[in-house]
Design a protein around this ligand. Structure first.
Ligand code: SF4
Length: 378
């Protein structure tokens, strides 16, 4: 059983000031960081709360009733989120992902989605809007989310076996309700529906083939995620990681697969198509993916920024501090000043933690200060 660590320092308190640079950085839609990576994907955490306690993300021992969740007054309002997102879009963002905690716990999130759907990218197009959820509330909300302007959804589901799933979410939540949510999302026209399974060696790797058999040929895209050393509380160990190449080998032992090209620059998943008897991809059978942040880092074209629920800009999932955009926002900054500050921050970005992970000396202590995934979203 891996050791739990109660973080001594609440990383949310350690913010970097977001400053308006002396030389303005005007939004051209072509912003790039110090490694020439554009800004294309904005992940917005709308709550730090969740109704699950998945042990690789929000271990119950840490996130208990005494955990200091953010007071509502600290959270960005929907209008503030929308105003900031408009600035990100002018810098080149094209895709918005709503995350949490569990984003469907944020009351009236449909209103936020409708506001975001009315925005436009630099090409004058509606942004792509998606959401990552544990699926617990999806059956009830899918239709309203679709009508508000949500285009697609990603559901986290770590197994089909009810006992395994209840153990992993650690709140005894039944798998059947999440499967109902996935069916409701499909019926509501959210497309594609993607399902993410975190694979933890010694916990749920035996669920890999049952999950693939279940979703193959249904139009739902299943992805297997390597167990990551996110945050500072999940007691991560490398020997609990099942590398993606082993996942693919297990699948291919029964289900023929062929490699597929990425569907967009910066895509985190490696895509594999289910093959027919001629060893060609059969679109009717669909595809499966692996996300290999530990064994095959993809920082080289990482174009993702993360906005926390109280307005901090994080440049990497494994960051230990974020830039406080809320103070600028509530301090009366103009949109041009916000754009300039955001532009300067991104231009200075050099994050590539997954590429450096193996070379970081343990005494760097970096691991003990990382922000929690439950706070910043995946
Ligand atoms: S580790 Fe950081 S820089 Fe690398 S892909 Fe993940 S979020 Fe991007």
């Amino acid at each position: 059983m891996s050791e739990r660590v109660i973080p001594l320092v609440d990383q949310r308190t350690a913010a970097l000031a977001a400053r308006v640079p002396a030389t303005p950085v005007a939004p051209t839609g072509l912003l790039a960081d110090s490694l020439h990576r554009p800004l294309r994907d904005l992940r917005i955490s709308v709550t730090d709360r969740c109704n699950f306690r998945c042990n690789y993300c929000m271990p119950k021992e840490v996130f208990d009733k005494d955990y200091p969740y953010l007071p509502h007054s600290d959270l960005l309002s929907f209008e503030e989120i929308t105003r900031l997102t408009a600035v990100f879009l002018r810098h080149g963002v094209r895709k918005i992902r709503l995350t949490g905690g569990e984003p469907l716990l944020r009351r009236n999130i449909e209103a936020l989605i409708a506001q975001l759907a009315a925005l436009r990218t630099v090409d004058g197009l509606p942004p792509e809007i998606t959401l990552t959820t544990n699926g617990s509330l999806l059956a009830r909300k899918a239709r309203a989310l679709r009508e508000a302007g949500l285009q697609r959804v990603t559901v986290s589901l770590d197994g089909l076996d009810d006992a395994v799933f209840r153990r992993m979410n650690d709140v005894d939540f039944p798998v059947a309700d999440v499967l109902d949510g996935i069916a409701a999302a499909r019926a509501a026209g959210l497309h594609p529906v993607k399902v993410n399974m975190v694979v933890k060696r010694g916990t749920n790797e035996h669920e890999i083939l049952p999950m693939a058999r279940h979703f193959r040929g249904t139009g739902t895209v299943l992805r297997f995620i390597e167990y990551m050393d996110v945050g500072a509380t999940n007691g991560w160990r490398m020997d609990e990681v099942l590398p993606s190449h082993e996942v693919i080998a297990r699948l291919r032992a029964e289900l023929p697969l062929v490699p597929l090209d990425p569907s967009a620059p910066g895509e985190t998943a490696q895509r594999w198509g289910y093959a027919n008897a001629q060893s060609q991809h059969d679109p009717a059978l669909g595809e499966v993916g692996v996300i290999s942040s530990v064994t095959q880092a993809f920082c080289g074209d990482c174009n993702r920024a993360r906005l926390s629920t109280e307005g901090r800009l994080y440049l990497c999932l494994f960051a230990d501090r974020g830039y406080d955009l809320r103070s600028l926002l509530r301090g009366g900054a103009s949109d041009a000043d916000l754009a300039s500050a955001l532009g300067a921050i991104w231009q200075g970005r050099s994050d590539r933690y997954s590429e450096l992970r193996a070379s970081l000396p343990p005494e760097s202590g970096q691991g003990k200060r990382r922000i929690e995934m439950s706070y910043i979203g995946g």
